[in-house]
Design a protein around this ligand. Sequence first.
Ligand SMILES: Nc1ncnc2c1ncn2[C@@H]1O[C@H](COP(=O)(O)OP(=O)(O)OP(=O)(O)O)[C@@H](O)[C@H]1O
Length: 238
Amino acid sequence: MHHSPSAAPLRLVNVTLEYPDGGGTTTALDRVSLAAEAGQLVSLVGPSGSGKSSLLATAATLVRPSRGQVIIDGTDTAGLTDKDLAALRRGKVGIIFQQPNLLPSLTAVEQLIISDHLRGKPAKAARTKAAELLDVVGLSAGARKLPHQLSGGQRQRVNIARALMGSPKVLLVDEPTAALDHERSASIIALLRQVTTEFGVATVMVTHDTEFVPLTDVVATMRDGVITAPVLTRNGAQ
Ligand SMILES: Nc1ncnc2c1ncn2[C@@H]1O[C@H](COP(=O)(O)OP(=O)(O)OP(=O)(O)O)[C@@H](O)[C@H]1O
């Protein structure tokens, strides 16, 4: 399926992000432009301090840029109030951090259901969807297990399924394999590749592991707050 660039669920246009630093400012992002299309997996690589986390936080609308546009599913977020921004984020953006941050007293299926409950969705639909998503991530058998009864890789699978509960258009992933061994890392990246395609979500993933780059559609390299020209590794045009 082909999408025009303007239809990309995530677009950053000339985004600059400055942090106050003593009397001056640190420029974490310097006129960064990047698009992720539906079904595309974009990986973001670069040295420590190059701005990867800043880009992800800005794309997630958790941080407002100093200048430039963050456009989520056609909506320019600059004009939104904090309340409308939070609603847009809940409805359109899935976020996966390094650490799954699961609630210790809830089973895998409950972690998913409660995330939908917080979105105000009916419980019955949530139950069906949670079961489907746990199946997609290969965790049907672990649905009733508590976080401490799951392996690190399994907890990350719950995290991924939970991020998909709201049917996001955009999925933002920060170093998803940081806490995992090599084999589990490979299967988590393969899963992110699979769900990106299957659900047609626009995914941006920060990773230090260039080994997994062949599984991604676009590789964007950051240096000193600047994105070097994104390189296509497969699939269509950007
Ligand atoms: N909250 C903050 N306040 C001030 N400066 C910050 C803040 N967060 C990041 N920075 C600065 O912005 C720049 C980019 O940092 P960022 O964390 O985005 O890089 P990164 O590529 O994600 O690094 P890492 O791989 O170590 O996580 C750095 O110079 C950093 O020191």
